[in-house]
Design a protein around this ligand. Structure first.
Ligand SMILES: *Cc1c(COP(=O)(O)O)cnc(C)c1O
Length: 390
């Protein structure tokens, strides 16, 4: 990796260490909050695995960004009629799955990704959780799976976060990453939808991506490997969408780039998105982003940024954005729940590199602040996007 591709990683790593040091302190005196959900087994203080500071120390040093074994996961199974019920918390640990499960053999599975922040007053905030719930429903329909109702999904997320409350980093130190999964379970041999489905949630703390300021990333536009194709499943968080881009991502990293910017698979000319983030191009007072059309993942951050930008007086266009426009743009940034808003420092396309940011990343910075201030509860949430848990 080149020097300019590494800062965001090393900064993030530093933040991660800070989070863990904090968690280590927290874990010596904390308890697990009671779930208010009647459909779930109540977690009690004595259920909490007491991590020794030694084991946390070991994890901190060895795992970096890898998932941490938190206290609880949430599991809910479907019944024959496709409805979900009797969800409950379980101690974090391995799950049993039959070898012939549809998710293992045919990739019948969906992920979601969201975050919980701790406010300065100690309460915990979720950001638009019902949007994740309905996106899972859309994805489930495409993959012939039943999905939890929006209320079940949100309730399950709240229950899981509260049960793992001690893992929510202190305000300003990071967030709790929440990962809901929907899996085709039960035996299948031919390519056919699973007879049973499992909805699951696990959580893990993550550090702030941008402690000490936004760190622009360097992208390479990829015109051989494609992330999604028309008629495919690029617009949903199908689990199979991610292994297919690891090769392009690994090559990009080996060549000193931070990530890949994918182009459309038909013309190899229009921007699609980055591996797990949507992309925006700023020119004067106009912010353009690829229109959703089946190959773009409808990011909740994307949708929120569009609304924030419009409320700040920007003209926002959702349309085809060609790769040539990159060479004429003032700024480019990505959006996603992991990175919020991430400025792009350079893009390389067919050996040609365009750099951004001579005049600072004013627009990216402005939108990043506006969004994270709402998510972290630092400003009044006029949009009604956040949900206070406790
Ligand atoms: C999750 C994801 C995004 C970002 O979606 P958010 O809801 O903003 O987190 C963008 N692209 C892909 C491919 C994704 O999987």
């Amino acid at each position: 990796m080149t020097d300019d591709a590494t800062p965001s990683l090393s900064v993030s790593l530093a933040c991660w260490l800070v989070v863990h040091r904090q968690l280590q302190l927290a874990s010596t005196s904390s308890h697990v909050s009671l779930s208010s959900s009647s459909s779930c087994r109540r977690a009690t203080a004595s259920d909490a695995h007491s991590e020794t500071s030694e084991s946390l120390e070991r994890r901190r040093d060895s795992l970096g960004f890898n998932p941490v074994k938190t206290d609880y996961i949430y599991v809910m199974e479907s019944s024959e009629d496709g409805s979900f019920s009797n969800g409950n918390l379980r101690h974090y640990g391995n799950i049993e799955i039959i070898p012939s499960a549809a998710v293992l053999n045919y990739g019948q599975g969906i992920i979601e990704g969201m975050k919980a922040y701790r406010k300065q007053n100690g309460s915990i905030l979720l950001f638009r959780p019902e949007e994740n719930a309905s996106r899972m429903q859309v994805g489930a329909e495409r993959l012939c799976m039943p999905a939890p109702t929006i209320e079940q999904f949100v309730e399950a997320v709240i229950t899981t976060v509260l049960a793992n409350e001690r893992w929510v980093p202190p305000s300003d130190r990071g967030s709790l990453h929440i990962r809901p999964l929907l899996l085709g379970n039960g035996p299948v041999l031919s390519v056919t939808p699973a007879p049973e489905f499992t909805f699951m949630i696990y959580v893990t703390p993550v550090g702030n991506y941008f402690e000490g300021g936004l760190k622009p990333i360097n992208l390479v536009a990829e015109n051989v490997i494609h992330r999604a194709t028309p008629g495919g499943v690029g617009s949903i968080k199908a689990i199979g969408n991610y292994a297919g881009i690891m090769k392009a991502q690994a090559e990009a990293k080996a060549n000193g780039f931070s990530d890949v910017l994918y182009l459309d698979s038909v013309h190899n000319r229009y921007l699609e998105e980055v591996s797990t983030a949507n992309v925006f191009v700023v020119k004067d007072n106009t912010i353009s982003t690829p229109a959703l059309g089946g190959t773009i993942l409808p990011g909740i951050t994307r949708k929120s940024i569009i609304e924030i930008a419009q409320s700040q007086g920007f003209k926002v266009e959702e349309r085809l954005v060609s790769v040539e426009e990159l060479f004429d743009a003032d700024e480019v940034f990505c959006s996603g729940n992991a990175v919020c808003v991430m400025p792009v420092g350079s893009i390389t396309f067919m050996e040609e590199r365009v750099d951004y940011g001579e005049s600072g990343f004013v627009v990216s910075q402005q939108l990043y602040s506006a969004l994270t201030n709402i998510q972290m509860g630092l400003t009044e949430d006029k949009m009604g996007w956040t949900r206070v848990l406790n």
